[in-house]
Ligand binder design. Structure first.
Ligand code: HEC
Length: 183
């Protein structure tokens, strides 16, 4: 960035100098090559995930299929990486989504959440799906099969809603309320 800015400033008050333009090109190319050696750690955890949501709340094959193609890449401990995830700066950009996504909601750690957080997250999921906010549009642009049909959305929502009802039926109501923070 520093180089690019300096060179742009130099270019601004002089007529374009081919030498400088060429040199800038080379510098950028070298940077692009060098960053290929930097890789964010991949989000892949082999083996059974004991706190995964489906260990406690089994999902049908249809639900699993929807979660897998539309949600798990950013909201679980296992991302299926496309080939271009090995290319920088794309890898950083994808990694950012995975880190942010998992921070909000990780289906692989779901059973570790407090019951009221589980209850709330399920509700957020239903909202996000209804509003068409999730999966992210930058994701569905490339992953066409993650665009959910009306029926698929309903299938997923029914499953999420079923879990919410199960939680509500087996826990005292006040354990499901997130206490307001005192400010
Ligand atoms: C490409 C990655 C990606 C995919 C795929 C994805 N999400 Fe997300 N999700 C994110 C990111 C990043 C955030 C946090 C930032 C935000 O809210 O936009 C998030 C946030 C959320 C939240 C919290 C929103 C809130 O209320 O703050 C929920 C719930 C959620 N996602 C559910 C889902 C569900 C359900 C699916 C599948 C139908 C899904 N996501 C697919 C990346 C993704």
């Amino acid at each position: 960035m520093y180089f690019a800015t300096c060179l742009l400033l130099t270019l601004a008050d002089k007529p374009p100098d081919m030498k400088i333009i060429k040199r800038t090109g080379w510098i950028l190319l070298v940077i692009l090559v060098l960053i290929q050696f930097i890789h964010p750690a991949k989000n892949i955890q082999a083996g059974v995930q004991p706190n995964h949501i489906t260990t406690a709340y089994p999902a049908t094959a249809a639900v699993t299929d929807i979660l897998q193609k539309a949600c798990y890449d950013c909201h679980s401990n296992n991302t299926v990486y496309p080939w271009y995830a090995n290319i920088q700066p794309v890898a950083w950009w994808l990694n950012h989504h995975v880190v942010e996504g998992k921070r909000e909601l990780n289906f692989s750690e779901f059973m570790q959440y407090r019951i009221r957080k589980q209850y709330k997250k399920l509700d957020e999921c239903i909202d996000e799906i209804n509003e068409g906010e999730m999966p992210l549009s930058s994701y569905t642009l490339i992953h066409k099969n993650a665009v959910l049909s009306k029926e698929q959305k309903q299938t997923l929502i029914n499953w999420l809603e079923g879990i919410r009802q199960q939680i509500a039926a087996t826990n005292p109501p006040d354990s499901l309320i997130i206490p307001k923070k005192h400010t």
